[in-house]
Design a protein around this ligand. Structure first.
Ligand code: GRF
Length: 184
C-alpha cells in the first residue's frame, strides 16, 4: 500500500508517520509533497530517504499534483498540516482514501482559515476547558468528512495558544500514525 503525505510546514506529523511505517512490509510512505519549496518537511523526508515533490497552488489547481499521485500509484493521501484547499477532482480521485488531521475537536473550530495557531487562539478565547485532535476522511465539504478518531486534552486558565498547541501536538504524534495504520 503506497501512501503520500501532503504537508506545508514543519512536518512533525509527517516525521512520526514515516517513523511508524519504516520497515513496514504492509505499507510504505512513497512520497512527501509540499506546496512550499522550503518547507522543513522536505528535509525530514530526505532524512528518511522518502522522495519529495513540490508544486505551486496553480499547478495543483491545474491537475499536476493529481497526475503525480496517479503516476506514483498512490493508494492513500494523508494531509498533515497541508494549508491549501484540495481541488475537488483530487478529492474525488481518492474517495474515502484521503485523511486529514485537524488540531481541534470538530465540529468545533472547523472551516476555512481555522488551522494551526488560529484554532488554539479561538479555544483560548472561548475559555474551553478541553481541546484535542480530529482525524477524518476528506470529502468535498472538507472538515465535514467522516470522523475516524478524536482525542481530547484538558485546557486550563494558565494555558496559552502555545501551550495548547504543544498539548495538541503530543496527541497528534501519539495517535495519527496508529490511526492511519488501522485505516489502510
Ligand atoms: C498540526 O497541528 C496539524 O493538526 C495541523 O497543522 C499542524 C501541522 O504540524 N493541520 P506539523 O507540520 O506536522 O508539525
Amino acid at each position: 500500500i503506497k501512501l503520500a503525505i501532503l504537508a506545508s510546514g514543519s512536518g512533525s506529523n509527517a516525521e512520526k508517520i514515516m517513523e511508524h511505517f519504516q520497515g513496514s512490509t504492509k505499507a510504505e510512505i512513497a512520497l512527501i509533497a509540499s506546496n512550499k519549496a522550503n518547507a522543513f518537511v522536505l528535509e525530514r523526508a530526505k532524512k528518511f530517504g522518502v522522495p519529495t515533490f513540490t508544486f505551486t497552488r496553480k499547478e495543483m489547481d491545474a491537475g499536476v499534483l493529481l497526475a503525480k499521485l496517479q503516476e506514483e500509484k498512490i493508494d492513500w493521501v494523508i494531509l498533515a498540516g497541508f494549508l491549501l484547499k484540495i481541488p475537488e477532482d483530487l478529492i474525488r480521485a481518492f474517495p474515502d482514501r484521503m485523511v486529514n488531521i485537524h488540531p481541534a475537536l470538530l465540529p468545533k473550530y472547523g472551516g476555512k482559515g481555522m488551522y494551526g495557531h488560529h484554532v488554539h487562539e479561538a479555544v483560548k478565547a472561548a475559555g474551553d476547558t478541553e481541546t484535542g485532535i480530529t482525524i477524518h476522511l476528506v470529502n468535498e465539504h472538507y472538515d465535514e468528512g467522516k470522523i475516524i478518531f478524536q482525542a481530547a486534552t484538558k485546557v486550563t486558565q494558565d494555558d496559552t495558544p502555545d501551550t495548547i498547541a504543544q498539548k495538541v501536538h503530543v496527541l497528534e504524534h501519539r495517535y495519527f500514525p496508529e490511526v492511519i495504520a488501522g485505516l489502510i
